[in-house]
Design a protein around this ligand. Structure first.
Ligand code: NAD
Length: 246
């Protein structure tokens, strides 16, 4: 069921990776819309400060730990009187040539960016199926829809998250449970602070995390499963770029 902007008031939302960056902006916008928000993050101290500033609740969460994730959803539900939305936003982005990437980094990226999203989607999806409604919003990336050199592992995880959303959109059709996938281009956050597009790609623009937050609010207001692009290019058809570590 679609919710009007007014209808986001009282919506009970958990946001992973909400201490900073896009997750913080999503939480901030949702609080402004009147939603009730819990953020979860491995950076608990920063999450506490963010929550205090935004007027929401912070909990410790490592999305790679399924037991902890289940406990996070329990605590978020207890704090908010139930849960309507999970935003799987937490992520990392290793940059550099794939063959030089150490195995620990590859594994960590898959654990956080893919397995963490699968775990959260499954745990929240079961709760939402039980209550007959709910919305899982997964923050993927433009690099889940087209590829870049120097980001192979990240692309692999984000393509998988887009595939997850497309599959569940069909599997959950008619169940009352929605899944939306947000695919932002370059966003000004800590995540890409140490990277730059190479010379000659000046057509690439950065967007602000608030624009991603607006697309999440739009997806929740529509209340229908969808994959949403939030492009950062001047020319939307520009599909290839190269990330370079500084
Ligand atoms: P960020 O580094 O600013 O914030 C990520 C947050 O996730 C941090 O607060 C971090 O502590 C948290 N986190 C990391 N590992 C975690 C874990 N195991 N458990 C719980 N929390 C954890 O990054 P961001 O730019 O805000 O990125 C947020 C999401 O948006 C990521 O999924 C990222 O892939 C995606 N994204 C970012 C961009 C961009 O250009 N910044 C573009 C497209 C998609």
């Amino acid at each position: 069921m679609a919710r009007s902007r007014q209808g986001l008031r009282g919506l009970r939302v958990a946001v992973t990776g909400g201490a900073q960056g896009i997750g913080r902006s999503i939480a901030e916008r949702l609080v402004a819309e009147g939603a009730l928000v819990v953020i979860g993050d491995v950076q608990k101290d920063l999450a506490d400060r963010t929550a205090e500033a935004l007027g929401c609740t912070a909990l410790a969460l490592d999305v790679t730990d399924g037991v902890e994730f289940e406990g996070f959803l329990d605590q978020a539900g207890a704090a908010l009187g139930g849960l309507d939305v999970l935003v799987n936003n937490a992520g990392i982005m290793p940059i550099g040539p794939f063959l030089e990437e150490d195995d620990r980094t590859t594994t960590r990226c898959v654990e956080i960016d893919l397995l963490g999203v699968l775990t959260g989607t499954k745990l929240a999806g079961r709760r939402f199926r039980e209550q007959g409604h709910g919305h899982v919003v997964n923050v993927a990336s433009a690099l889940g829809t087209f590829a870049s050199p120097n980001a192979a592992t990240y692309c692999a995880t984000k393509y998988a998250v887009v595939g997850l959303g497309e599959a569940l959109r069909q599997e959950w059709h008619g169940s009352g449970v929605q899944v939306s996938t947000i695919c932002p281009g370059f966003v000004r956050t800590e995540l890409i602070a140490g990277m730059r597009p190479p010379a000659g790609t000046e057509r690439l623009l950065m967007i602000d995390p608030e624009q991603v937050a607006a697309s999440v609010v739009g997806a929740l207001a529509r209340g229908r499963s969808r994959t949403v692009s939030v492009p950062s290019h001047l020319v939307p058809s520009v599909k290839v770029f190269t990330l370079v570590p500084e």
